[in-house]
Design a protein around this ligand. Structure first.
Ligand code: SF4
Length: 411
């Protein structure tokens, strides 16, 4: 379980009901990835002095601060990032800079938790807006995952089930995975993680009969079918809101993949009709999508891969290439801006940013940096020691996966 510290001067001694937190708008609900509106002296968004204020505060902090910018962040925030990347790369970058006292993570809550787990005890991780959560991570609570595991245990299935948890999950879920001999994975190494789980023990694997993959059903399904050659009928969807996940014992026992019923609200917007529409609109276009998209969309795409893979594919493409890209809009727009010699379109005609990623804006970054420069740590994200240790077990297992576990998948 992680805790989130309120803005200075707003501390409560006792836990506050989340409904009240929402009303107050001053603290975060530690049981939720979404959090609530954070407090602080938030400057007005239209203040033209904001870029200068951010630069001044950052300069005043010097090497004491290291700013991480996820690929899905706004341009106005990326402009001040010391490095950009996906969630795992950013957490690793933070861990590689033990001299940085403050890690300002411009991303969402589970990423800040991962950075806190991987950084040293003297480093403090700050999320500029505590309301920047992830709706997918919120789709798997610890209570729900425990109930699922209890169900599998009662049915005599837990012993041969290995949990594989996507990086996009709360620290408590990663810790659960560590306790039960599983691994974390990213969209880059999900195939290696599944192969390890199913491999015989004399080959270093876990000899699983089945994998419990959570919380993104689409990444699990796409990886199982496309990379491991499993069939769609090998995959069943476990709905945490229904008794026994809405499945019979036979369905649970026969499945190779138990897919948690979770999804990304951004990547879930792309449909097969979007692919048909863009192919008609831009003849010869190559469709490049993230594996968090549905299996129907992925099946119609030309190329599928992680965020880092999408970036590298475009960077290496010759002038005149035409792309329709199915991932978060801030990244697609930035790629289009950086590669004016290529045609880069958003896969969906409807403009849709990740709403929570977009909560990190320049006013929140300025507020965080100026507070740190003034000696006040606000909006710190901290994972308790036990949770961090167990989560680190699952993260270490990911790093030990055979092959280049952080390599980008190629199709
Ligand atoms: S893009 Fe999807 S997975 Fe990423 S933070 Fe937003 S909701 Fe979560």
């Amino acid at each position: 379980m992680s805790t989130i510290e309120p803005a200075s001067g707003l501390g409560f001694d006792e836990p506050v009901p989340s409904a009240l937190l929402h009303l107050l708008g001053t603290l975060s609900d530690p049981a939720s990835e979404r959090g609530v509106e954070c407090a602080g002296a938030l400057p007005p968004a239209g203040d033209p002095a904001l870029p200068a204020r951010a630069a001044e505060a950052k300069a005043a902090l010097g090497d004491r601060v290291f700013i991480l910018g996820h690929h899905y962040q706004r341009d106005e925030v990326i402009a001040f990032a010391d490095t950009t990347g996906d969630s795992f790369r950013l957490a690793s970058e933070a861990a590689a800079r033990p001299a940085a006292e403050f890690i300002v993570f411009c991303g969402v809550h589970f990423m800040a938790e991962s950075a806190d787990i991987l950084t040293g005890p003297t480093q403090q991780v700050v999320l500029p807006d505590l309301a920047a959560g992830c709706s997918m991570a919120d789709m798997a609570s610890l209570d729900q995952v425990r109930t699922c595991w209890d169900t599998l245990s009662e049915l005599g299935l837990a012993d041969r089930t290995v949990p594989v948890v996507y990086m996009n999950s709360a620290a408590a879920i990663k810790a659960f995975t560590g306790r039960h001999g599983g691994t974390v994975c990213t969209s880059s190494n999900a195939a290696q993680a599944l192969r390890w789980a199913f491999a015989p023990s004399d080959q270093g694997g876990r000899a699983a009969d089945r994998v419990l993959f959570l919380p993104d059903q689409h990444l699990g399904r796409n990886t199982a079918v496309r990379d491991l050659g499993l069939s769609l009928s090998d995959c069943v969807c476990y709905d945490p809101r229904r008794p026994q996940g809405g499945l019979t014992r036979e369905e649970l026992a026969n499945a190779r993949m138990l897919l948690w019923k979770g999804h990304c609200s951004v990547h879930g917007r792309f449909t097969p009709a979007c692919v048909d529409e863009v192919r008609a609109r831009i003849p010869g276009v190559s469709v490049l999508v993230h594996p968090e998209c549905t299996h129907e969309v992925v099946s119609k795409a030309d190329l599928v891969g992680s965020t880092e893979y999408i970036i590298r594919t475009v960077e290496r493409a010759p002038a005149g290439s035409q792309w329709a890209i199915g991932t978060e809009l801030n990244l697609v727009r930035r790629l289009a801006h950086r590669h004016p010699d290529q045609t880069i379109a958003y896969l969906d005609r409807t403009v849709c940013f990740c709403a929570t990623m977009n909560r990190i804006d320049l006013p929140h970054l300025v507020m965080s940096l100026e507070s740190l420069a003034a000696g006040h740590v606000i909006n710190r994200v901290r994972v308790d020691a036990t949770t961090a240790e167990e989560a680190r077990t699952a993260l270490d297992q990911m790093l030990a996966l055979p092959g280049d576990s952080t390599a980008t998948r190629r199709d």
